[in-house]
Design a protein around this ligand. Structure first.
Ligand code: NAD
Length: 353
């Protein structure tokens, strides 16, 4: 099936495939839109079982980046790269080959880390292209691993959702189920614990969940049941498509607000959440802290405190979406998509660079 026939093809500007024989690199870069600037979005390394699955993921993720960057007010379009591979077998040479691939697009796409890739991998990428961010920082410099900044935005977004849905201004005693205690999930748990939230944490890597239990006193729950926990907030921080026709009827939390990209299996699942009385914080709005950090690192000229104050804009953006969704009785994801498309079609002049 050609990308044009893929159900996730959404007027993407460019989809390119690369194969490097010496490193066995098999990668796809999808550029959804450059209307607001060069397409920026991370590089995911994942053991896709088929090329079609990898293409679908790249298409979905790159459109999400267009919307995310537009909603975050960044002067970037949306793109994403996926590498088909096994995280246990990745090598610096693989990422150097990927760097040459990124460079071949001449700046139309800017990469960074995502699931399965790290700052160290981006250092290898940077040997062959300048179109990369999320690199190692020297002490005192901001930037680098975006996970803590993503976690900060999600934390502030959870507070906004709790205020809107439960009328509570404090997270003291609020029960939060976190699916995935990786880069973002771990930092999110720390922020939540500091505010007195009660944590229910699951991770398929037992040691990741145990770390949160040992350090923060979290209650470890099974990965199979974390979505169904009786909590106030469900925070998906692992992989996408966890909100679907099978899981939504079983969710007991009145709020879903987490870091994972593409949490809804289909756009229609946003309506199912609304019908179930669950407030959904659109993923690409709440999880924009990382891209804000990466973008400012790439562009230069910003300080750590400026980046933090930009991330502090996330709760107001979410509240605007929640209020409009309630007023118009429409799902939050539909409102967010509409706002993002409006920003993209109005072009870069409306944005605060
Ligand atoms: P990560 O790989 O560091 O962490 C993900 C964690 O989820 C891992 O510990 C993994 O073992 C666990 N996991 C996987 N499947 C699971 C399951 N079924 N149940 C429970 N745990 C499971 O990734 P991350 O950087 O923390 O990102 C998490 C999510 O947030 C991803 O969807 C990513 O795309 C999204 N995101 C991340 C950032 C960022 O700054 N890192 C920014 C925006 C969005």
């Amino acid at each position: 099936m050609s990308p044009f026939d893929n159900r996730e093809f959404n007027g993407h500007e460019l989809v390119v495939f690369s194969h490097d024989e010496s490193t066995s690199l098999r990668a796809i870069i999808a550029v959804h839109s450059t209307a607001l600037g060069p397409a920026a979005g991370g590089c995911r390394l994942w053991p896709y079982t088929s090329t079609a699955a990898a293409v679908t993921d790249a298409l979905r993720l790159s459109r999400g980046m267009s919307y995310k960057n537009a909603m975050a007010g960044l002067p970037f379009g949306g793109g994403k790269a996926v590498i088909v591979g096994d995280v246990r077998r990745k090598t610096p040479a693989l990422f150097e080959a990927f760097g040459r691939f990124v460079d071949s697009l001449g700046g139309r796409y800017i990469t960074a880390e995502d699931v399965g890739t790290t700052t160290a991998d981006m250092e290898s990428v940077a040997k062959h292209t300048r179109f990369v961010a999320g690199l190692n920082r020297r002490p005192g410099e901001f930037g680098g691993d975006p996970s803590p900044k993503t976690a900060l935005g999600v934390f502030l977004g959870i507070k906004a959702a709790v205020r809107f849905r439960l009328g509570r201004t404090s997270l003291e005693g609020i029960r939060v189920a976190v699916q995935g205690a990786g880069g973002v999930g771990y930092h999110l748990c720390k922020l939540l614990a500091q505010e007195g939230a009660k944590l229910h944490v699951a991770d398929v890597r037992a040691e990741a969940a145990q770390r949160v239990r040992d350090e923060l006193g979290a209650n470890v729950v099974a990965p199979e049941s974390v979505l169904m926990e009786e909590v106030d907030v469900l925070a998906p921080c692992a992989l996408g498509a966890v909100l679907n026709e099978r899981t939504i009827p079983a969710i007991r939390a009145p709020i879903v607000a987490g870091a994972a990209n593409n949490q809804l299996a289909r756009d229609a699942d946003g309506a199912a959440l609304q019908a179930a009385g669950i407030l959904y914080a659109p993923d690409y709005v709440i999880n924009a802290g990382g891209i804000i950090s990466v973008a400012r690192e790439y562009l230069g000229g910003s300080s750590e405190s400026q980046v933090v104050s930009e991330i502090e804009g996330i709760p107001a953006r979410l509240t605007e979406i929640f209020e409009r969704a309630r007023r118009e009785n429409r799902p939050t994801n539909v409102i967010a998509d509409q706002l993002a498309r409006e920003r993209i079609s109005h072009g870069p002049r409306r944005l605060v660079a």
